[in-house]
Design a protein around this ligand. Structure first.
Ligand SMILES: [Ca+2]
Length: 266
């Protein structure tokens, strides 16, 4: 991870804004060498975009019946280093459901498919037999991490017998009518990488519970009375941080805030 280049602060967003992120050249990446033997969840997680359950920062997929980026497929690479012993990798989803907190209604339901992707370039997802497992967002808890069963690392996810295990997590929806958007986060015991693609992320706040999570010291009566002095104490300050592998070709990132509340400049 020493070669990572971090981009921060020059990505200035509105306090609450849906933003489309376009990546080309390099790719976003998070994580460390956390492969481990069987025995339960890791002591620490690698998350995208963050591990916090109260900061409002999410990836987002909008319903097809809305004037935003919608109907897209988001793909996220997950890898775990080779281990001579049997090892597993965890892939959990936060707020994978489509109701309750963080999901402006009606939000599209999501499907999460994990494919073995030995080359780490996404081609593994085109081989039907490489499908490892499928999770339905409809079965996941609201405002909580879905404690999904671990995935036992399989040879099909390796380019060679001692190579890292590489998977592709494909997030999609078949919903064609929803006008809301589904906000979610990903965490893994391995490493996360997002290759060149367009996807949306959001500073979400759609329910009173969301509001109280983001502004933990602001009580409702104060809101009704117009005393907003405690708004400064927030878990979401509008900034985002992304890390890049510089790679052979210069990475680039561009963003578009769809809200009139602010703009993204990168
Ligand atoms: Ca939710």
């Amino acid at each position: 991870m020493k070669s990572l280049m971090k981009l921060r602060s020059n990505l200035v967003l509105a306090k609450i804004a849906l933003t489309v992120l376009i990546i080309s050249g390099g790719f976003l990446t998070w994580g460390g060498d956390t492969s481990r033997a069987l025995g339960g969840p890791p002591e620490s997680w690698v998350c995208f975009p963050t591990c916090s359950t109260v900061d409002g920062r999410f990836m987002s997929m909008a319903g097809a019946n809305t004037s935003s980026l919608s109907g897209q497929v988001i793909t996220v690479g997950v890898s775990a280093p080779y281990s001579p012993t049997v090892s597993e990798v965890f892939v959990d989803i936060f707020d994978g459901n489509a109701t309750g907190q963080w999901d402006p209604m009606p939000a599209p339901s999501l499907t999460f498919e994990l494919f073995a992707d030995p080359l780490g370039d996404g081609t593994g997802a085109s081989v039907p037999s490489n499908l490892v497992t499928t999770w339905s967002g409809a079965t996941m808890p609201d405002n909580a991490w879905a404690a999904l069963p671990s995935v036992i690392n399989i040879p099909a996810a390796q380019q060679c017998s001692t190579c890292a295990y590489k998977y592709l997590l494909k997030i999609s929806t078949s919903d064609v009518v929803s006008t809301g958007n589904n906000a979610f986060k990903i965490r893994t015991s391995g490493t996360i990488g997002v290759k060149a693609q367009t996807f949306a992320f959001i500073g979400a706040m759609s329910t009173l519970a969301d509001f109280n999570a983001i502004y933990p010291t602001l009580n409702v009566p104060a809101v009704l009375g117009g005393n907003f002095t405690t708004l400064a104490n927030t878990n979401y300050d509008g900034s985002w941080e992304f890390s890049f592998y510089p790679g052979a070709s210069p990475p680039s990132i561009s963003g578009t805030a769809t809200s009139t509340l602010g703009t993204a400049t990168v």
